[in-house]
Design a protein around this ligand. Sequence first.
Ligand code: GTB
Length: 212
Amino acid sequence: MTITITAFERSPDGGKGLARDTRVRWALEEAGLPYDVRLVSFRAMKEPAHLALHPFGQIPTYEEDGLVLFETGAIVFHIATHHGALLPADDHARARAITWLFAALNTVEPPILELVTARIFEGDKPWARDRLPLVEERVRDRMKQLSARLGDADWLDGDFSAGDLMMVSVLLRLRPSGILDEFPLLAAYVARGEARPAYQRAFAAQLAVNAP
Ligand code: GTB
């Protein structure tokens, strides 16, 4: 069995690990699965060969024994369910971990992506100064709720799970704004995720490709 994922030929973040191949690399490292990486340029992503793997012309993709997947949520879920990693055995605990995986992608990531868009892609628009504080407040509201739920626990629900892997990955995208550090419990949670040996290996692997 060979697993192949795709990643940016050169990530615009210069190796900060913020592109979404990092979360897939992390899940594979947690599961102890070897994998190959095919690097693709922005142009190649929009060409037919890559569009056959990913209808939206993006990275990452995942190939294994004739199976082709896209969407990091589906990929991490597949790794967790088919390779016996990152999800608890108990039915209820497993369902709750999956709930956190969805919450990371559907409830926490959208306002963070809105903030990234407002700061980076719309920062020069005449209305940006009015809009940015509104977007930041929406992110802070979500962080207050998440921080209240996490409290001083290490992970969101018992042992580290696919839900934590995705939540930490999503929160990392908030760090450049400074807002993550306004929430010490969440900043410590992210640091715990980053300290995991599997994350360290995933980060180093993407850095080896993207370091300036
Ligand atoms: N919902 C999809 C998933 O979760 O898999 C989203 C995939 C996605 O957004 N892929 C991005 C992509 O391929 C790369 S990760 N973009 C190219 C395109 O759409 O043409 C997003 C990303 C890009 C760059 C940084 N960065 O430089 O910091 C961080 C994250």
